[in-house]
Write a protein that binds this ligand. Structure first.
Ligand SMILES: O=C(O)CCC(=O)C(=O)O
Ligand SMILES: [Fe+2]
Length: 227
């Protein structure tokens, strides 16, 4: 399940975040790549434990964890600190899969990556190329979002960032471990929750059917959640 979470950051937030990022010192993205992805990774990153990455990362996590659509879709257990990358002309990240297990560099805690995220911090008009291509069972999805929007996709997917041919693509990227390990189970819970939300608008959250469906939602979480 590939889901766009619109306007995680407002345009004013994006301007502030970009001012910090545009003044920061970037380093070679190969530093944090695994043995396969190092062969195909050509981009720049902020040092993950540096001041800028930590301050901006916390700001992004505050906004994200207060976003009901994100919580409904991801059912997050633990989220890794957001990282930041930049692709300038001819930079790219070829087809790869993200590591299944990652260590939080701030706490040394080990997480399973269930969902990968890219928060776009450049407007599409600022650069050409730089599409995030994600393979799923319905074919390859091409993603280029407005600055402030986020894409959530299963970490089990092969993906790549096509070469940037003009301008610069700046983004934040990170991973989370969900309370619901299975993508299929998470999709069912998302559909059910969205249905309950829309029934709450039409027939009311205390209508008999809405209450029963809410019960089913929580009972499925009880059955499937690992916390
Ligand atoms: O830049 C992106 O959108 C994705 C980055 C990525 O796939 C990674 O760092 O593993
Ligand atoms: Fe990746």
């Amino acid at each position: 399940m590939l889901i766009t979470i619109p306007a995680v950051l407002s345009k004013a937030d994006v301007t502030q975040v970009r001012a910090r990022l545009d003044a920061a010192d970037w380093e070679d993205g190969a530093k944090t790549a695994g043995p396969q992805s190092v062969e195909v990774k050509r981009n720049q990153q902020l040092p993950p434990t540096g001041d800028t990455a930590q301050t901006l990362g916390q700001f992004i996590l505050q906004k994200l964890t207060a976003n009901p659509l994100f919580v409904s879709a991801a059912l997050p257990d633990r989220i890794l600190p957001p990282m930041f990358n930049k692709y300038e002309t001819a930079q790219t990240f070829g087809t790869h899969i993200d590591n299944a297990i990652r260590i939080n560099p701030l706490t040394n805690e080990r997480l399973r990556t269930d969902l990968s995220m890219t928060l776009f911090l450049s407007e599409p008009s600022e650069y050409d190329g730089g599409e995030l291509l994600v393979e799923d069972h319905y074919g390859t999805q091409s993603v280029k979002l407005l600055a402030g929007d986020l894409i959530l996709y299963p970490s089990t997917s092969l993906h790549e960032v096509t070469p940037v041919t003009r301008g610069a693509r700046v983004a934040s990227f990170f991973w989370l471990q969900s309370m619901i390990r299975s993508d299929a189970h998470r999709s069912i819970l998302f559909d059910l929750d969205q249905t309950i939300q829309s029934l709450s608008e039409t027939i009311g959250s205390n209508a008999d059917e809405t209450v029963r469906l809410t019960g089913i939602y929580h009972n499925l979480i009880r059955t499937w959640a690992e916390t």
